[in-house]
Design a binder for this molecule. Structure first.
Ligand code: COI
Length: 365
């Protein structure tokens, strides 16, 4: 926590104008059959950066934004975002999972993209007020949550290439079911590259996802769900898989690529999973992990599990991993480590287990 929660909330209450909806759409949503990211809660938050400060902060009914065709974000991609989830505890109180970590990462992304920092009263205080208002939109079904999407886009109306002076920040919320509803198939991509050292790989910048679309489409045509990205120099060190960080369980050790090259996202779920794995007694190694090491472990019979981790996907089991002529097949029905990680994480996020690391942010308190 950067500033006392009460101070941040006080500032948010002073600076954010709230207009409640008079026509809730809550009853239109089938909470028993939620998919990921298709429905939006009643309210959203918006604010403008005028070149000097953040102003016009307001929470208002969910609606379209009006944007000029010459908007700089549309043309040059000055756009960043975050993914966060809100849950309810057994008493029905809303909680947000590790929002300060996403807040920190958001401003790291902003700096890399030449965008202004977002103050805590707007991001954290805004989330608090918004989720308090939309608390009835938090689903409680298995694998469900309210997915929170803060984002910032350039707002200048100018088609010359330079950093925008003005920006728009917004938060929208989506009651969501699981991102993947079955184990995934991964193709190790050894032609296209997601990120190089010195690039924007560590930022949650829209362009990182845009650049992944074509190679992912190609992989999908071959029956894969996602790509496992590797480094651009040697095409062998693992980076991320699709929209997630990646873990392999080899014997009693969990390995995951380290962050030192600045080519992968510092996942909040990744960090949580590393802590949970340590709690479970596994050795956790954050270091360069080559695809050759994974293939060798598979052939020796010591590769137990491979899974992706991310806010949206949570923990996604990998059942197939193909790399050149190597075809790894994993029996995800036997995944004990991943299953226990999911069980422990879910219990913490929904207030059914002690939150010893203070990951849950209690809304409205
Ligand atoms: C997330 O895991 O929250 C993401 O942002 C991944 C994806 C939905 C873009």
């Amino acid at each position: 926590m950067m500033v006392a929660k009460s101070t941040v909330k006080e500032e948010a209450l002073q600076k954010i104008k709230v207009t409640k909806t008079t026509a809730s759409r809550l009853s239109e949503v089938d909470f028993d059959n939620l998919v990921f990211g298709k429905k939006y809660a009643d309210h959203m938050l918006v604010a403008d950066f005028d070149g000097k400060e953040w102003k016009n902060a307001q929470i208002l009914p969910f609606q379209n934004l009006s944007v000029s065709p010459s908007n700089a974000a549309w043309h040059y991609g000055q756009a960043i975002f975050e993914g966060i989830k809100a849950y309810k505890d057994p008493q029905g109180n809303p909680m947000i999972f590790r929002p300060y970590d996403n807040y920190k990462r958001f401003n790291i992304s902003a700096e890399r993209m030449g965008m202004p920092e977002v103050p805590e009263w707007l991001f954290i205080g805004g989330l608090d007020l918004l989720i308090d208002l939309d608390r009835n939109w938090i689903p409680t079904g298995d694998g469900c949550s309210l997915y929170l999407r803060p984002f910032m886009i350039a707002a200048d109306e100018f088609i010359g290439v330079r950093p925008s002076d003005t920006y728009k920040f917004a938060i929208i919320n989506s009651p969501s079911g699981p991102y993947f509803n079955k184990p995934i198939k991964l193709l190790v991509q050894d032609k296209y590259v997601r990120a190089f050292p010195g690039g924007v790989g560590y930022a949650k910048a829209a362009g990182n996802y845009g650049g992944a679309m074509y190679p992912t489409m190609q992989a999908r045509k071959q029956g894969y769900d996602q790509i496992l990205w590797v480094d651009g120099y040697e095409h062998k060190y693992l980076q991320e898989c699709g929209t997630m960080n990646v873990f392999a369980i080899i014997g009693n050790t969990a390995v995951t690529p380290d962050l030192t090259q600045g080519t992968i996202l510092e996942g909040v779920t990744r960090a949580s999973v590393m802590d949970v794995l340590s709690d479970m007694g596994l050795t956790v190694e954050e270091r360069p992990v080559s695809i050759d090491e994974i293939v060798t472990a598979y052939k020796k019979g010591s590769l137990r599990e491979v899974f992706g981790t991310g806010t949206a996907a949570s923990v996604a089991y990998v059942e197939q991993l193909d790399y050149k002529d190597e075809h790894l097949r994993l029996d995800t029905a036997k995944y004990e480590v991943g299953a226990e990680v999911i069980r422990r994480l879910d219990a913490i996020r929904t207030g059914r287990a002690a939150d010893t690391r203070h990951w849950n942010y209690r809304v409205g308190e």
